[in-house]
Design a protein around this ligand. Structure first.
Ligand code: NAD
Ligand code: UFG
Length: 338
């Protein structure tokens, strides 16, 4: 299939592009590089021997997107493009609404014009808000957004749900990711945050290579087994394969489908640090600090629906995730910026 991959130069998108190429698809990347680096294309080529076609376009730019769709004749879209920093979204909510919701609306408009009926969207476990219970199932209610970033995911889901109601020929898959970590096993591509990482794994890997001095664990007095928060970390390659499984499952008149992509296992911050040390024979320096405002205490998925309907399940464990994340960082201590 010829697939438009918006945000395909980013962390999850680039890993998915590799798996798409491996499966014989033709991914075409649409990305404005606001949070990614052109070097990603060379790395994809190194891994797959294919340099995917790349349009440097802002998805909000209807004219350019229209041209791209006219030229390419896509079978499906995987829509990763979006801004994803929770902290930045609190400071610049309008930017997040405009970029994330605006780009999704423009994309849908152009898809309609060119009769592209299949779309997979990167949603997030953040749409559940504060979980009333774990594991989370897809039928659990969408909660109160904790921040403008989360609000954009809820709004885009609503727009897509509405679209599926209006056009029964549309096949729309909302994939709710839990916590993507790790990197391609080659260590050639990985997560490359601008500035100081907000997320746990890239913070740990930067401590490991000496870019940061020590990790601060945000709170050790939570009501969990070791007092630190629990998340469902999922290897980014498993996540990428989830998109391939969804693509394979799409059939005519499928309508709207929603799946959690997680491992179904909760891991505490302290357990992740210990696994990282074990996987890489290191001793990450850390201290305990205050709780981070707005943190959910325990969050993990029930991923049975994806197993039953997509025949997909995560196969990498926490140690694999830690090993691959570190290999990427060790080989690229400054990320894609040499
Ligand atoms: P990323 O920032 O690495 O990738 C996103 C890509 O989209 C970047 O290459 C960026 O340049 C591009 N982009 C942003 N706005 C654009 C626009 N208007 N036009 C064209 N390109 C644009 O992020 P990621 O971690 O790969 O996340 C991919 C998607 O998955 C995002 O929608 C994100 O919200 C969602 N998601 C991520 C996580 C996570 O923890 N990484 C969790 C849940 C959901
Ligand atoms: N943590 C630390 N120290 C750090 C960074 C994080 O102790 O330096 C802790 C956090 O307090 C949390 C855990 O590590 O307990 C995981 O934090 P992340 O920021 O890595 O992940 P979150 O689950 O908090 O957030 C992620 C994405 C959000 C998304 C959310 C729900 O970053 O974009 O999952 O899907 F909204």
């Amino acid at each position: 299939m010829k697939i438009c991959v918006t945000g395909g130069m980013g962390y999850i998108g680039s890993h998915t592009v590799i798996e798409l190429i491996k499966e014989g698809h033709e991914p075409i990347i649409v990305d404005n590089l606001v949070n990614s680096n052109p070097e990603v294309l060379n790395r994809i080529q190194k891994i797959t021997n294919v340099k995917p076609k790349f349009y440097q376009i802002d998805v909000r730019d209807e004219e350019k997107l229209d041209d791209c769709f006219k030229q390419e004749g896509f079978d499906a879209v995987i829509h990763f493009a979006g801004l994803k920093s929770v902290g930045e979204s609190v400071k610049k909510p309008d930017l997040y609404f405009d970029n994330n919701i605006g780009s999704s609306k423009t994309l849908l408009k152009v898809m309609k014009k060119y009769n592209v009926k299949n779309i997979i969207f990167s949603s997030s476990a953040t749409v559940y808000g504060v979980p009333k219970h774990v594991p989370l199932v897809e039928t659990d209610p969408v909660g109160q957004a904790a921040n403008p970033y989360g609000q954009t995911k809820i709004e885009i889901e609503k727009i897509l749900i509405n679209e599926a109601k209006q056009d029964e020929k549309m096949n729309i898959v909302l994939l709710r990711y839990f916590n993507p970590v790790g990197a391609h096993e080659s260590g050639l591509i990985g997560e490359d945050p601008n500035d100081i990482p907000n997320n746990l794994m890239p913070y740990i890997t930067q401590v490991a290579v000496g870019r940061l001095e020590q990790l601060t664990i945000f709170g050790n007095d939570y009501p969990t087994k070791d007092g630190t928060c629990i998340r469902d970390y999922i290897h980014v390659v498993d996540l990428a394969l989830g998109h391939l499984a969804a693509l394979k499952a799409i059939k005519e008149n499928w309508g709207l489908k929603i799946y959690n992509l997680g491992t179904g296992k909760g891991t505490s911050v302290l357990e992740l640090v210990n696994a990282f040390n074990q996987a890489n024979n290191l001793n990450i320096k850390y201290q305990y600090g205050a709780r981070r405002a707005g943190d959910v205490v325990v969050n993990y998925a029930n991923a049975d629906k994806a197993l039953n309907e997509l025949n997909w399940k995560a196969t990498h464990n926490i140690v694999d995730m830690c090993r691959d994340a570190y290999l990427w960082q060790k080989q690229n201590p400054q990320g894609y910026k040499k």
